[in-house]
Design a protein around this ligand. Structure first.
Ligand SMILES: Cc1cc2nc3c(=O)[nH]c(=O)nc-3n(C[C@H](O)[C@H](O)[C@H](O)COP(=O)(O)O)c2cc1C
Length: 347
């Protein structure tokens, strides 16, 4: 390529145009963060809408709505948002609306927590690939029951129906949550999947359910931007490795995925021991970015525009997710790091 044709170095303010034409106005993403503001049935409440209007004051170009369960058996905590019923769509549309009116793309993260829950939370036995109790720091999930093939098919249906609800609610993006030890992470990981059928064994088999869900959503909603939150690795002995995840991303690229969001796995999203400074999971994101043409989001303790500019310029990520630093005070963060001007709205 001649120097005349070289692309300009991306920075935090560079827009990003996705396949299909939707454009994120900048490279800052607010990652999904559970607000526990939904009502008892999982519908967005006034507090949920206010919460996302506040996050949108950050000026981030893309804002993900927290993990929303695709079926009551996949619920992880009280007052979690739901995406399991058409009754959820009206509230979700209000949430997507406040994000989009601030000029950001709105994403919804979908989850089935699998075995990372309790009987008390879901009113029955948690389900998981092999009935292996999910290792969790700080609390113990109840022992799960191994899923039948009929359960596997139900997951494909539940995720697909939930994605269609997100589309009906007007979201620009849907993100499948396959990280942090939740359901789809349990399928990918050799720590929690020791099945001997077509859905267990090598990486191709352990990834099969995720790939089937992606294919199903792609067929049902070809125009929906589809992201997946993946572990860069499990960050737990005997778990998913960076090489495993390179293989998974390669397969997903072939299935028409639009965006890869790289966090951690069974070990959870917090800072792994020995990693210091901003961007504690960015090395994992960069390792995957070097082997794919798909855009990649990096995350973990990112706080400053200067750091974001650096990792974008170095080509280590395409987007930087800023969670807790934004959550603390979205508008102050936006003013400081994205030059967002204070707006005094006339009501
Ligand atoms: C209050 C809170 C809730 C979270 N909920 C989710 C969630 O629903 N889905 C998810 O994938 N990650 C969730 N996370 C993890 C964040 O998306 C992010 O990966 C993590 O906070 C690290 O980024 P940060 O250091 O910029 O905060 C949550 C984090 C926090 C602090």
């Amino acid at each position: 390529m001649s120097s005349m044709m070289r692309r300009p170095t991306p920075h935090r303010f560079s827009p990003y145009r996705f396949a299909g034409g939707k454009t994120a106005k900048n490279r800052v993403v607010v990652p999904p963060m559970c607000s526990q503001t939904a009502d008892a049935r999982g519908n967005a409440a006034a507090a949920t809408i206010a919460h996302y209007a506040r996050l949108a004051e950050s000026g981030a170009g893309t804002i993900f709505v927290e993990y929303s369960f695709v079926h009551p058996s996949g619920k992880g905590e009280d007052h979690q948002l739901a995406a399991d019923s058409d009754a959820n769509v009206e509230g979700l549309a209000n949430v997507a609306g406040v994000i989009q009116r601030a000029g950001a793309l709105a994403g919804q993260q979908l989850v089935h927590v699998g075995g990372k829950t309790t009987r008390a939370m879901i009113g029955g036995d948690p389900m998981s690939p092999s009935g292996v109790r999910v290792p969790v720091k700080g609390w113990e999930p109840d022992a799960p029951v191994a899923m039948s093939l009929a359960d596997v098919r139900a997951w494909v249906r539940w995720f697909t129906e939930a994605a269609l609800r997100a589309r009906a609610a007007g979201f620009d993006l849907v993100e499948l949550h396959a990280a942090h030890g939740y359901g789809l992470n349990q399928w990918l990981s050799p720590l929690t999947n020791n099945r001997t059928d077509a859905y267990g064994g090598d990486m191709a088999a352990r990834g099969r359910l995720l790939f089937e869900i992606v294919e199903s959503i792609r067929a049902a909603a070809p125009e929906l931007l589809l992201a997946v939150r993946l572990p860069g690795q499990d960050h737990m002995e005997g778990g998913l490795t960076a090489a495993d995840m390179r293989w998974v991303v390669h397969r997903l690229e072939g299935l028409g995925m639009d965006l890869i969001d790289v966090s951690s796995g069974i070990g959870g999203w917090r800072r792994p021991e020995g990693r210091t400074g901003e961007g504690y999971l960015v090395d994992d994101a960069a390792a995957l970015k070097s082997s794919t043409t798909l855009p990649v989001i990096g995350v973990g303790g990112i706080e400053t525009g200067a750091y974001i500019d650096r990792i974008l310029a170095e080509g280590r990520v395409d987007f930087a997710a800023v969670g807790r630093a934004v959550l603390k005070d979205p508008s102050a963060w936006g003013q400081r790091q994205l030059n967002v001007r204070v707006r005094h709205e006339v009501m």
